[in-house]
Design a protein around this ligand. Structure first.
Ligand SMILES: [Zn+2]
Length: 109
């Protein structure tokens, strides 16, 4: 097991990582939220601020997923790809096909 699956996962993982990094770069960082000006006029500025506020959970979710993708890539390098981080069991091909960045088996997900 392992090697071939890890080899096949490398390209989709790298693509996913680049996509996530690009999405995160486009989003404003959460710490910038304090500087949002609601302005005097109700209009463009306000809806922009609201958009940014609602983007915070999405931003956090992307960061979590990016961490998972990076962890999966580290597992490929360490030749432990496809093994659960918690118990070492085989994560399973079906699960890895659905989520190439999975680093835990279904029991420890
Ligand atoms: Zn496990």
């Amino acid at each position: 097991m392992g090697t071939e699956r890890a080899h096949e996962a490398a390209a989709p993982l790298a693509a996913k990582r680049r996509q996530l990094e690009a999405q995160l770069a486009e989003m404003s960082a959460p710490e910038e939220l304090g500087n949002i000006s609601f302005g005097k006029r109700i209009g463009e500025g306000t809806s922009q601020a609201v958009d940014r506020l609602s983007a915070v959970p999405a931003h956090a979710k992307l960061q979590v997923m990016l961490a998972e993708v990076r962890r999966a890539e580290a597992k490929i390098a360490a030749e432990t790809y496809g093994q659960c981080d918690a118990c070492g069991a085989d994560i399973g091909t079906a699960r890895l096909e659905a989520r190439p960045w999975a680093t835990r088996c279904i029991r420890h997900a």
